[in-house]
Write a protein that binds this ligand. Sequence first.
Ligand SMILES: Nc1ncnc2c1ncn2[C@@H]1O[C@H](COP(=O)(O)OP(=O)(O)OP(=O)(O)O)[C@@H](O)[C@H]1O
Length: 254
Amino acid sequence: MSKILSVKKISKTFRTKNKDFHAVTNVNFDIHAGEILALLGPNGAGKTTIVSMIGGYLLPTSGEVLVNGKNRYQNKKKPKIGIVLGGDLGFYGRASAFDNLLFFSDLSRVPHRQQMDEVNRVLGLVELSNVAHKKVQFFSKGMKQRLHIARSLLGNPPLLLLDEPTSGLDVEIANEIHDTVQKLAKKGVAILLTSHTMSEIEALADRVLLIGAGKIFSSGTVEEIVAQSNVHHIDRPATLEESYLAIAPQLRRS
Ligand SMILES: Nc1ncnc2c1ncn2[C@@H]1O[C@H](COP(=O)(O)OP(=O)(O)OP(=O)(O)O)[C@@H](O)[C@H]1O
């Protein structure tokens, strides 16, 4: 599979009043088409800072972010990335899902003549075609979250950033979102996920980066991370949560 995202030695230092704070230091990783990579680490580890630098909300102090080989910061025509932040905000409640997406397809540089087809395509991907003309104010939380994902898919970006995509959603709706995310990965979208929900990472992640104190502490499949933790049971394999709890003290900032 082709390499979609290449993060090369990115660092972010925040200047506080009297000293520098190294939020992220020399982080390197790639994501290939169809791959789901999860960032896992304690509060303050640097996950959102990494996602923000990839998303273009924050400039790295040093390092490069390449999407399909193109520099995220130096290209006039920035490579497309889908970003899902979630929540109740961002849509006009009194307009339909279709009309909301039509508005956003302009912002996503979808050519005018293709906008209706594109909106129908992304609504189909998240299985909201049957409620396309319903007002968003009547949508459930799960439907709104799928609409956020649909919005991020406008213009067919090769990479999707999902920052805690199921936070605040019940387990049934979270599972629906997981199905949607898996379907997108099967279609070849590269996905970067942050989550504090271990079952979500177990269900979705092809690979996990453990982030501690702004650095990559280790990486691997869920099984490899579990093996690295050296947590063993006689009668069953250790869970990711048990393994993470064993490793967590080493991930804290000193
Ligand atoms: N603008 C800023 N100025 C100074 N420090 C900042 C700024 N933004 C983030 N930080 C600090 O950088 C560190 C990393 O924060 P970040 O939000 O990336 O962590 P996180 O891993 O996403 O945490 P969480 O799991 O709580 O979302 C934290 O210590 C945070 O306080």
